[in-house]
Design a binder for this molecule. Sequence first.
Ligand code: FEO
Length: 462
Amino acid sequence: MRKKVKGNVSWVGYIDWELETFHGDDYSILNGSSQNAYLIEEEKTVLIDTVWTPHRFDFVENLKKEIDLKKIDFIVANHGECDHSGSLTALMDEIPDTPIYCTSQCVKSIEGQYGKRGWNFKVVKTGDSVEIGNGKKLVFVEMKMLHWPDSMATYMTGDNILFSNDAFGQHFAVEELFNDKADQCLLYKEAIKYFTNILNPFAAILSKKLDEIAGLNLTFDIIAPSHGAIWRDNPMQIVKKYAEWAAAYQENQITVAYDTMWEGTTKIAHRIAEEIHRQSPDTVVKVFNIAKADKNEIMTEVFKSKAIVVGSPTVSNSILSSVAGWLEFLKQLKFKNKKAAAFGCYGWSGESVRILQEKLRDAGFEVIDENIRVMWNPEESDLEKVPELVSSLIGSTNDNGDKETTATAMSKYQCGPCGYIYDPAKGDPDSGIAPGTPFESLPDDWCCPVCGVSKDMFNIMK
Ligand code: FEO
């Protein structure tokens, strides 16, 4: 069933009340979600995005109840991930010649997933537009690596609607569609969780993109993402929040995350939490057992924190597998400007604290030297160092601990958003860059061959 968004624009998506996980099982869904698709009926009829593959037949049948599919002049595919492109196969079986407007990377993504089916792709880039009649047009804005190389937003003039795709979304089911109808606490809880777990790795690129969009001097009456509530009441509120979140966000919070075998490490975790509160009553303290709590929810709390304290006992000369997996996810999310400390119990060899410190450093945290490393179960005397650890953690402002790395002609550089490594010894022959070309000598318009972002998104490798 369609729902009116504004003027001749309707929502024709799928509200997923039963969804429990997303991206496989990597993202927990606690309050439902939606895949938002939109139908524009001006002089031209345009479909913006579709819904996830399992719902493709329902999507097409429901769309048929709203319009004659042959009336669709073209489709816009803002993003090739299957939660938005997954109904194209069923839809294109009905209208095989209909043009699909998307980026060149999106063609690769769609053909990579569904095979080359001879669809009529119309490749667009930032600033390209197409008239849709009644004096209105659609303007395309590439959103490379927000969060895939193919991501794009589409702006509709006249009604001033930004179809932002994944950006500004939430995994949150809102039957009434709009942000002003949603539970405001849940809306922001889900928006920040979505940002933390999906977009934070690309925060640097997002800050630039927000500046670029601001420079276009567009008016946004509505921001219509591809998941969750549509922002129609003060839509700029979520843009302002994104600007804050993308700038190494932190609140006055410290999160303690650990797992334990026989409760010794739990005892240290709780003592650290009590000491943080004792030394700094205004600091919010949250404690999570990594094995028992939802990892996406913990990461959201880490995102809000200025520091974290991570604990694991030593097991088989290493750390608990629950903590190891959690730390791998922590690294992926590329948090900035946060301090960290480590703690853990052991019975004999006792490597866990050193391993935790190394992994936290590798994940981009400024790791303090102070730690709590306790043989067998903690006695009061073992916990005497807790105040010193806490005082160091809350004491000084972070400088992120980054040390300058001096560039040489053969220094390798890594693309921040996608991880591609430019190696001067190999060059980039596909882009006409000969082996032996230093990164500094690359032309200004050279782009990452994997995700397409510009040179300034690369970092020298240490
Ligand atoms: Fe909602 Fe990147 O797909």
